[in-house]
Design a protein around this ligand. Structure first.
Ligand code: AHR
Length: 341
């Protein structure tokens, strides 16, 4: 059933969920009410978007990008589901979208594995699935239409290369460098890519010693907790690799509370990922050394993909977003003037 009268279908299913056994006439009566309330226009493209949660500043900007792009003004009706960091909630949301016969499913998978069965169900129902931000490793790549997001491996590798040059410039290219890593959610593309990319450069530098890597789940409070543990456990930490900005904020608090200093003039260098406005501000304050961008504003790119699919145009299977990095040698004030997130 393509678009026409979709509000009635959506409502009928919702009403069945709510009441269990009401008559069809009653339900259709409510459907008119639903159409008026939802603002769904006939011909709107219905998008079911399964978002991971709201663990970071990045995530909030990402959600906002989808909500503002997939608006009724732009010809969409968005069913948004926040999975609150649980894969099982994402699986439920996708099954619900299938039941509601949405036109497209957009999935940001919390971890890479465990999606084959549900994506097969979407395929069997004829609903295209677009993966955004994180990736899903499935046996059959026909289970998703395309993926759009960051090259997380490259981000990690570039962070390692930046550190190598920075240490050389400081005349510390050969001295033992003690590193700890605050990892993101284990098994997520952002964690896997950043950890592996940095690890490649670590292997090229025999004097770098990875003391420990532990997950702070991309969350500030957990980042702080893990950093407190690192500071209690290791006397000499030279570098913190924080796999996102919010964990870096937690690390800064932990370092300062322990009476130590961080940033270009401090005892501990911090390298982070995301390059949110708040992190650039920390860099301006001399608390973070370098930050590798991860662009959360994927809504318009996904909308372009949908529009192409609507016209039966081909879309590229894998689409990387262009990204930069920032450090304290740059004119951060100027950069921040136009920063969108
Ligand atoms: O998947 C992107 C990552 O997830 C971002 O780096 C992080 O901030 C977010 O929570």
């Amino acid at each position: 059933m393509k678009r026409l009268g979709r509000g009635a279908v959506l409502l009928f299913i919702s009403v069945l969920f709510l009441t269990g056994c009401r008559g069809e006439d009653e339900a259709l009566g409510d459907s008119r009410l639903y159409d008026e309330m939802s603002g769904e226009g006939e011909g709107d493209i219905i998008i079911g978007f399964s978002e991971i949660g709201s663990e970071s500043d990045w995530r909030r900007a990402h959600t906002e990008s989808f909500k503002s792009t997939f608006s009724s003004e732009n010809g969409y009706y968005l069913l948004f589901e926040d999975a609150q960091q649980k894969q099982e909630n994402q699986l439920k949301a996708i099954r619900n979208f299938i039941l509601q016969e949405v036109d497209y499913i957009v999935l940001d998978p919390i971890v890479e594995t465990g999606w084959d069965a549900v994506l097969q169900e979407a395929k069997d129902a004829g609903i295209p699935v677009i993966l955004a931000d994180r990736f899903a490793e499935v046996a059959d790549e026909e289970l998703y239409t395309c993926w759009v997001g960051s090259n997380f491996y490259e981000e990690g590798e570039r962070a390692g290369e930046w550190l190598m040059n920075y240490l050389r410039e400081q005349g510390r290219g050969d001295e033992p460098i003690h590193i700890v890593t605050l990892q993101g959610t284990l098994g997520s593309s952002a964690q896997i890519g950043r950890t592996e990319g940095f690890h490649k450069v670590l292997l090229e530098n025999e004097n770098w010693i990875m003391l420990e890597q532990q997950s702070g789940d991309f969350v500030q409070a957990k980042g702080q907790e893990v950093m407190e543990y690192f500071l209690d456990t290791y006397e000499d930490i030279d570098v913190v690799i924080s796999e996102n900005d919010n964990m870096a904020f937690g690390a800064i608090d932990a370092i300062q509370a322990a009476g130590k200093s961080c940033g270009p003039d401090g005892e501990i260098a911090i390298i982070s990922f995301d390059s949110s406005y708040a992190a650039l501000d920390c860099m301006l304050n001399g608390e973070i050394n370098a930050d590798f961008e991860c662009n959360p504003l994927l809504g318009p790119m996904v909308s372009d993909i949908v529009r192409k699919l609507e016209r039966n145009k081909p879309v590229e299977k894998i689409q990387y977003v262009k990204e930069k990095y920032f450090d304290t040698s740059m004119d951060l004030k100027k950069i921040m003037e136009n920063r969108a997130y």
